[in-house]
Each structure stands twice: as C-alpha cells, then as structure tokens.
Write a protein that binds this ligand. Structure first.
Ligand SMILES: [Zn+2]
Length: 288
C-alpha cells in the first residue's frame, strides 16, 4: 500500500512527512516510453507531490509543471487533497541527462488550484537549481513560503520514496532557532538512497534518536490517472451513435488514447453497439 506518514516534533520546532509509493507506478508510467533518467525524474516528482500536498496547507489540486524546448518538453505531476497522484512527461525516448540537463532551457512552476470555484488559482516559479528536484523544491519553499525546508526524493524503478522536514510557520512554532538548526543538521545527513532501505519509523529513530517525535496515522496515497473506461464510454455516447458508427466503418473499431497517461481504450463494434443500446439510443442504420 502507498502511504504518507506525517510526524511532528513535540517541541513544535518542525514537522515533516515520509511517503512510500510502489503500487500503481508501473501502470501509470507504462503506457509511454521513457528513458531511465526521465522515468527517474517523473518518479521523484510523484514522490514529492503528497509531501507538497500536506505542507502547502490548502485544499485543492497542486500541479508541478515543467515546460521546455531544449531537452524535456513537458513534465506534469499532480496531486489533490485526497492524495491522488498522477504524472507524465513528454521527452525524446532516448533523452538522458542530469536534473539540470533534462530541464535545461525550460520553466518549472507550481500551480495551486483551490477546491471550489470561488477561489483563484495561483502559480509560482520553482527555481531550477542545485543537483536535484528536491533541491529546487527546497529553494521554492525558502523563496515563496519563507519556510526552511529539507527534502529528499528517491526513485528506484517503481519504488518511490520521499522525505520532508519543515520549520513550522512562525505563528505555530514554539521551538527556538537553535532547536531548528539542531534537527535540520541531523536530517541533512539523510541520503536519498537510505530512504529506499528502511521504513519511516526506523529512519526517524535513527535520525532523531534523542528527539521526542509524534508519528501520525499513515494516510493512503493513490497513484492513478483520472481516465477510465467508463469515462471514455461517456465520451463516445456524447459523440453520438452516427459518429461512432462512421469511425467503426472506417477503422473497424474505436480506439481512444488518454492524453495524460497514454493508455489506449478500445471499443470493438459489439461493445460500441452495446453502449448505445444500454443508453437507449436508436441504431443509426434506421436513419434515412
Ligand atoms: Zn489516463
């Protein structure tokens, strides 16, 4: 099961979270061809999203989006307040490179879309700096949120891990600056690859052996695209029987690809006819 485990220092100097993801990753990323480096970066972005969702303190959808021309063309990772995560990228299949190499010449941004229509979406640039996505996101938190933050992200195949430690906002924080320095220096020793080797409780015990910590009940993280066969079926119904019949006459079947994840949904003539019968539509061959 994919889990997000939050924690809080009892002296209220900082809070943080761990994320462990492995289910749904192969399905989410398996419909497009990605090089190992691009897949690794998408994995890190997916691991980052639940951490961002719990630390930006707002209800709605968060998009981490990269657009570029030199190397990678597009990277999108999304999370909502139910911790549903999805991600995709557009890049040449053979493209390899470091973090800054892959993102060369492009723009990385975080878009916050609050739940409910009355509130406006906002967007902030994420500086592309340091050697990793984690370091870029740390810079974002310092510049845009004025919150010292430490982030570690790791992706090994379908196993994605993330760790975040953040100073509590001043109005909530009770610990001193020295307390924060102490825990952040301890946390800074954590290497991304260590995230892949132990569970959150073990790692926290190792990192902060002498600190009093509260671990919260883990929350499930769901990795899935929002597309579904039922959604595509509704789309076909809205196209109408005549249009669907003409596609089948031309191509023998209807094949629709999800723009986000790249998954193909195929409806053969029988399945298509059944859709319209179930919806109470009259076959188009009765028309004049
Ligand atoms: Zn999809």
């Amino acid at each position: 099961m994919n889990l997000l485990t939050g924690f809080l220092f009892e002296n209220k100097v900082a809070h943080g979270a761990f994320v462990e993801i492995s289910e749904g990753v192969a399905e989410m990323l398996g419909h497009r061809v990605y090089s190992a480096d691009v897949r690794g970066l998408i994995g890190q972005a997916m691991a980052a999203m639940p951490l961002l969702a719990t630390h930006l303190g707002f209800e709605g959808r968060i998009n981490l989006q990269f657009q570029g021309e030199d190397a990678m063309k597009l990277l999108v990772a999304q999370v909502d307040h139910h911790l549903e995560v999805r991600a995709m990228a557009k890049a040449p299949a053979e493209l390899q490179g470091t973090f800054t190499g892959l993102l060369h010449g492009g723009v990385l941004a975080l878009m916050l879309e609050p739940h409910g229509q009355s509130r406006e979406a906002s967007q902030a640039l994420v500086p592309i700096e340091g050697a990793s996505l984690a370091q870029s996101l740390e810079a974002y938190f310092v510049q845009s949120e004025q919150l010292p933050t430490l982030i570690r992200l790791a992706a090994d195949g379908d196993r994605l891990r993330g760790f975040m430690l953040q100073r509590l906002p001043l109005e909530d924080a009770q610990g001193s600056e020295e307390d924060w320095e102490h825990v952040s220096i301890l946390a800074a020793t954590l290497k991304p690859e260590e995230l892949l080797q132990a569970d959150p409780a073990t790692l926290l015990g190792r990192l902060f052996a002498e600190e009093e910590l509260r671990l919260f009940e883990p929350r499930p993280v769901n990795v899935a695209c929002r597309c579904s066969r039922a959604g595509i079926a509704r789309l076909l119904l809205s196209l109408g029987r005549e249009e669907c019949d003409s596609i089948i006459a031309e191509q023998g079947r209807i094949s629709i690809t999800c723009e986000f994840c790249g998954k193909d949904y195929v409806f053969n003539p029988v399945e298509t006819a059944e859709l319209f019968v179930a919806a109470g539509s009259v076959p188009s061959n009765t028309r004049h």
